[in-house]
Design a protein around this ligand. Structure first.
Ligand code: AMP
Length: 442
């Protein structure tokens, strides 16, 4: 099979790495890819994965490439091409592609759509309102005592959510979105949710339009610095599984969230082929959905795929064919931890082009895989080329062992200005039972 992967981050490196292990794959391209992706080789032929310099949002370029090279399956990593309709365009051109259509991608591309859908189908979520005028928005925020999350409707590069703890902050967020229109059309409408307290976890479900199969749990770390301090980022590290959610609680979340979501999709004629990733808060009254994403998480993918025992090509192929019902996902009992190494200044301004040292040494370590995110090749050197640079991932018999190995690898890698969190998975260490508030929920 010939595969074409779209994207260039750590998630896409993890996807390429796992797909390349499949004996079905005879050729693989990635657009645009990164330095780590370009070093991957196919298990079957030993041939390298070929990176092609087409941007992930250059839909015309992507479809032209696919028409010429005829991949048997295209796999979409990031959300933007999905929201732009890359799946619809490939389908119109008779090209097989894995991922949701533009309509189905609205679960992520429109927070208003997602919120109203959850309310229509009784999916547990925060109390919320939708607004396009500042006065009613402010009145609703006041009803919540100013403790609310103010969210731009559309995609805003992950920056369109303000978590507010008082009325001054809420009014400032409302002004920025609805009056100063800092996010343009993306904040023409906003969602205001009550602020939920609890523990945040990530769910992933592989879907084929009829069936949605949940992965084990994982937990991301969004703030930039240790102790959840500093600005929000795309994610500074993950681990899987998380002890904060037991198997029976995961099954309960399946019944409360995934089953009504599937029913709603059926009622509304939304064919969802792809990955549904609900961000949820485990609250004292049960799990509640904060948002839906419609693609693999980054960096969640980096801890899921090393634990996945199935052939990923077979899974994605079954997802496109609508044949997931017959497939059982198999997961290693081992734990996985991914620590992100980032450039100084991230998530704000940062410099690029810093040489990275130590990768060859770490490549010899057992149970470690370094997924590249923002990297590029400069002659013989690999240099930084983004805010999140590397996802240093390790597996181990338990979380503690996986953490130890991941950090031992991180300490061997150097580049100017590198920073990383030292507490990825730390809260889960020693947490032997699930979140008790959730356990007692009816
Ligand atoms: P979102 O993109 O909607 O997931 O929001 C980004 C981040 O803001 C989440 O990962 C949460 O940490 C936080 N957040 C969003 N909505 C809420 C909420 N209703 N209550 C508490 N925190 C929230």
């Amino acid at each position: 099979m010939k595969l074409f992967v779209i994207g260039s981050g750590g998630r896409e490196h993890a996807l390429v790495w796992k797909l390349a292990q499949s004996p079905h794959v005879t050729q693989m391209w990635c657009a645009p890819g990164n330095a780590g992706i370009a070093m991957e080789r196919l298990a079957k032929t030993g041939a390298p994965v070929q990176c092609v310099s087409i941007g992930a949002e250059d839909l015309a370029g992507l479809v032209a490439f696919a028409r010429e090279h005829r991949p048997d399956l295209t796999v979409v990593g990031p959300d933007n091409p999905l929201a732009l309709g890359v799946v619809d365009l490939f389908n119109q051109n008779g090209l097989r592609i894995w991922g949701p259509t533009k309509r189905a991608a609205q679960f992520e591309a429109s927070k208003v759509f997602a919120q109203q859908f959850m309310e229509r189908y009784g999916i547990p979520t925060a109390r919320a309102g939708v607004f396009s005028e500042p006065e009613p928005a402010s009145r609703f925020a006041a009803e919540l005592g100013g403790r609310c999350a103010v969210k731009a409707d559309g995609l805003a590069l992950g920056k369109g959510v303000f978590v507010c703890r008082n009325m001054a902050e809420a009014d400032e967020a409302i002004q920025r979105m609805l009056v100063r229109k800092e996010f343009g059309q993306a904040s023409a409408r906003i969602v205001i949710q009550e602020l939920l307290d609890g523990i945040e976890v990530s769910l992933h479900a592989l879907c084929d339009g009829k069936t949605a199969t949940l992965f084990p749990t994982s937990q991301d770390h969004k703030p930039a610095f240790d102790g959840d301090k500093g600005p929000n980022t795309g994610g500074m590290g993950t681990y899987s599984p998380t002890p904060f959610m037991s198997d029976s609680e995961l099954a309960a979340a399946d019944r409360a969230i995934i089953v009504p979501w599937l029913r709603g999709c059926a009622v509304e004629g939304i064919h969802f082929c792809g990955l549904l990733y609900p961000g949820i808060m485990l609250t004292r009254t049960g799990p509640k959905v904060l948002e839906f994403n419609v693609r693999f998480g980054d960096p969640e993918t980096q801890v899921y795929l090393p634990r996945l025992e199935n052939d990923l090509v077979e899974l994605l192929d079954a997802s496109v064919r609508g044949a997931l019902e017959r497939i059982q996902l198999r997961w290693s009992q081992q734990a996985a931890v991914c620590v992100i190494m980032a450039s100084a200044g991230y998530p704000g301004k940062y410099e690029k082009g810093k040489p990275i040292f130590g990768l060859a040494e770490v490549a010899k370590m057992q149970n470690v895989k370094v997924f590249h995110a923002g990297t590029a090749r400069a002659g013989d050197a690999i240099v930084t080329n983004g805010g999140r640079v590397l996802g240093v991932t390790a597996i181990g018999k338990d979380l503690s062992a996986a953490r130890e190995t991941a950090y031992a690898a991180v300490e061997r890698i150097r580049f100017e200005g590198a920073f990383y969190r030292r507490d990825i998975g730390a809260k889960a260490l020693g947490a032997t039972r699930s979140f008790s508030g959730f356990a007692t929920a009816s």
